[in-house]
Design a protein around this ligand. Structure first.
Ligand code: C2E
Ligand code: CA
Ligand code: CA
Length: 646
């Protein structure tokens, strides 16, 4: 038979090109990459020997039979291996655990063993092929070869269906596409044995995999040329799957955003590229990544990380050059170890963002944070609280407590602040300081806000409106930054007030300075709309940030609440006392009443009264209480405020 090997030759050329590209470009040394390399080599071998062997057969007159026999044998060996390697690649991208992987691979070993036993016997029994007078003939088992290839395609399909949740959509379509392409090639080959097509199918597979799942550009950060977050994930997943041990060093540049604003994006990128190079030399190829715009990650060994952190600290104590400026980079170093701290990728990213949040609350303190038992516990507690909160929102079991606000002039309780409360069977009382930041991060705060508002309205309509002698004029409700970011805050609030027939004049919304900083325009808009409807506003946490007075000029606040930390400072620090006294006087001149929080003793209350403060919110005049207890408390208190036993 005269063989036509033009398809085979073209396929070989394509695969060689890919091989060259693969060897030249950065490839992260993961198991996936290693298996792909092996697959590529096997496919190239198969193709090369298919061509050589058909040339040999075409020239049987000059080529000795033994040479042709060897070529055929090697070709068949590669053919048997290539199906196996495609399957192996499939097993790797399916992310099975070690045990499942062993099982999946040993399942494939049974047909492979048969294939190779028959191949070894072929020279003696002529199973796949035999030679007669130097001429090649197909043996009776030739179809078994086809069956073997089909079997592996079937296994691949089964695997892609069984692991459809792990394998992404793109990968899945590629698997279906190449299965179809390869089956067509095999089918045509079956009827046209003179045209060599085996490698056409293989080259389609190899090209598809290379362009989609092994594309090196997917894993490189364009600015720094080092690995990106996808590469980090890939590399780390590989380490975790192989039960390796190691340490991750995360370096975050704190002023990244300001730098962009000050020096421009281009200069900032140049500095990042320089940092990338620095870390590259420190950590070595394939061990350094830029995972967020402002974050670098170095993967290293347990016994080398301390020395590395030391050299990072050394380098960062010196200046970096950006444009013509020399600047010191404010940074945080975070260290975690695997598998001690995490064993999966989601856990890694969870702990990483937990560490970042710990670090951002650590301004001016120790710039190096290493995970310890307490920190990991903190992370798990945070996750647990997130779950508890979700459940509480579903069941509407978030409670609202009310804390009295006392008027120093009228000598009685005139208002209340609504405070969210979360209780759990296992963890007990979870303070808002813990769950509110979590809710702000994951968006649950919007639901909390709705529940608190509705509970307040129910409470007002049931117990306060019908009982004006109680003396409660208003209720104060906290509005978080995230709530203020909503476009339709008015629509989230007014319909609920209408539903319970609550006059808008009874509602005071507490906004913080951080809202003013994060969303000034929206805040202005909301204050105008809701203010026109009759709602008033209090500036909460006054004194914890900076430039307070400027916000009072810009935004129409009817009241200012001095933070508990300020009150503490007033009584403990002479300088703070002078500053705060001044602030209180300023408020008086501006005609803005002040609520002082955190007053726990009579002397403190008397001191505030002397300064001319209007209202006190503090344990001395009442702690936050559930609604019925609070009502009882107010009744008793207001009926005889002077002798109320505090
Ligand atoms: P905040 O708005 O500054 O609320 C005042 C906090 O000070 C309350 O803490 C209150 O119990 C506490 N406090 C008042 N007087 C005293 C005192 O004399 N001594 C001491 N040690 N503490 C006093 P709480 O209830 O733990 O709330 C903490 C923060 O959580 C609140 O600070 C507020 O920012 C937030 N929060 C609470 N409920 C909500 C809510 O429904 N929505 C939003 N967005 N935030 C809320
Ligand atoms: Ca408040
Ligand atoms: Ca406050």
């Amino acid at each position: 038979m005269q063989y036509n090997y033009s398809f085979e030759a073209a396929s070989l050329l394509f695969m060689l090109l890919i091989f060259v590209h693969f060897m030249v470009v950065w490839q992260f040394p993961t198991e996936k990459t290693r298996v792909f390399r092996a697959l590529l080599i096997v496919c190239i071998g198969e193709s090369a020997f298919n061509i050589l062997s058909s040339i040999g057969l075409a020239n049987a007159g000059v080529v000795p039979q033994i040479v042709n026999e060897i070529l055929a044998f090697v070709f068949f060996s590669f053919e048997g291996l290539s199906s196996l390697m495609i399957y192996k690649y499939m097993v790797v991208i399916s992310e099975l655990d070690q045990r499942q992987k062993k099982r999946a691979v040993s399942a494939a070993m049974i047909p492979a063993a048969f294939f190779f036993i028959f191949l070894l016997l072929t020279p003696f029994i002529g199973f796949y092929y035999y030679f007669q007078d130097g001429v090649y003939h197909q043996g009776r088992g030739a179809n078994f070869g086809y069956f073997y290839i089909m079997l592996f395609f079937a296994l691949n399909l089964v695997m892609s269906i069984a692991r459809r949740k792990i394998i992404n959509v793109r990968e899945k379509y590629i698997i279906y596409f190449y299965t179809a392409a390869a089956l067509i090639a095999i089918w045509v080959q079956y009827y046209h044995r003179e045209i060599l097509l085996t490698s056409l199918g293989n080259s389609v597979i190899v090209i598809m995999i290379y362009l989609s799942m092994q594309n090196p550009n997917d894993y490189l950060d364009t600015v720094t040329g080092i690995g990106n977050e996808a590469a980090l994930e890939l590399q780390l997943k590989d380490e975790l799957m192989r039960d390796q041990e190691g340490t991750i060093i995360i370096i975050r540049i704190r002023q990244y955003q300001q730098m962009g604003m000050l020096f421009g994006a281009e200069n900032c990128n140049m500095l990042m590229a320089e940092l990338g190079q620095y870390f590259f030399h420190l950590g070595g190829k394939f061990h350094v990544f830029r995972s967020d715009a402002d974050t670098f990650v170095v993967m290293t060994d347990k016994d080398r990380y301390q020395e590395m952190v030391k050299s990072v600290e050394g380098r960062f104590s010196e200046e970096w050059k950006i444009e013509e400026n020399h600047i010191l980079l404010d940074h945080t170093v975070m260290i975690m170890h695997y598998p001690k701290d995490f064993t999966t990728i989601p856990e890694f990213f969870g702990i990483k963002s937990y560490l970042l949040s710990v670090a951002s609350g650590n301004v001016g303190k120790e710039p190096v944070i290493e995970t310890d038992e307490q920190m990991i516990e903190g992370y798990y507690r945070q996750n647990q609280i997130e779950m508890i909160l979700e459940c509480a929102l579903r069941e509407r079991s978030i409670q609202v407590y009310y804390q009295p606000i006392y008027s120093l002039k009228e000598k009685r309780i005139v208002s209340l602040e609504a405070l969210a409360r979360l209780f759990d069977g296992e963890l007990g009382y979870i303070p808002p300081a813990e769950f509110i930041p979590i809710a702000e991060k994951n968006g649950d705060i919007i639901r909390i806000g709705e529940i608190v508002l509705e509970e307040c309205c129910k409470f007002l309509s049931k117990h306060v409106l019908s009982n004006m002698s109680l003396g409660i004029r208003s209720i104060q409700i906290n509005i978080s930054v995230a709530q203020c970011m909503q476009q339709n805050l008015k629509e989230a609030i007014l319909p609920i007030l209408q539903k319970y027939h609550i006059p808008t004049s009874m509602i005071v919304l507490e906004l913080t300075e951080s809202t003013a900083i994060n969303a000034p325009a929206l805040m202005e808009h909301h204050m105008k709309e809701l203010g026109d409807a009759g709602i008033s506003f209090a500036m909460d946490d006054y004194g914890t940030g900076n430039a307070n007075c400027s916000y009072l000029m810009r935004f129409p606040f009817q009241e200012v609440k001095m933070d508990r930390d300020m009150t503490l400072a007033y009584f403990n620090n002479e300088t703070a006392r002078i500053v705060i006294e001044n602030e209180i006087r300023t408020m008086q001149k501006l005609g803005i009443p002040m609520v002082v929080e955190g007053v726990e003793k009579l002397e403190q209350s008397e001191e505030m009264e002397r300064l001319g403060v209007e209202y006190i919110q503090g344990y001395y005049y009442g702690k936050p209480l559930p609604e019925m207890e609070c009502l009882r408390y107010i009744r008793n208190f207001n009926s005889a405020p002077e002798d109320y036993g505090r």
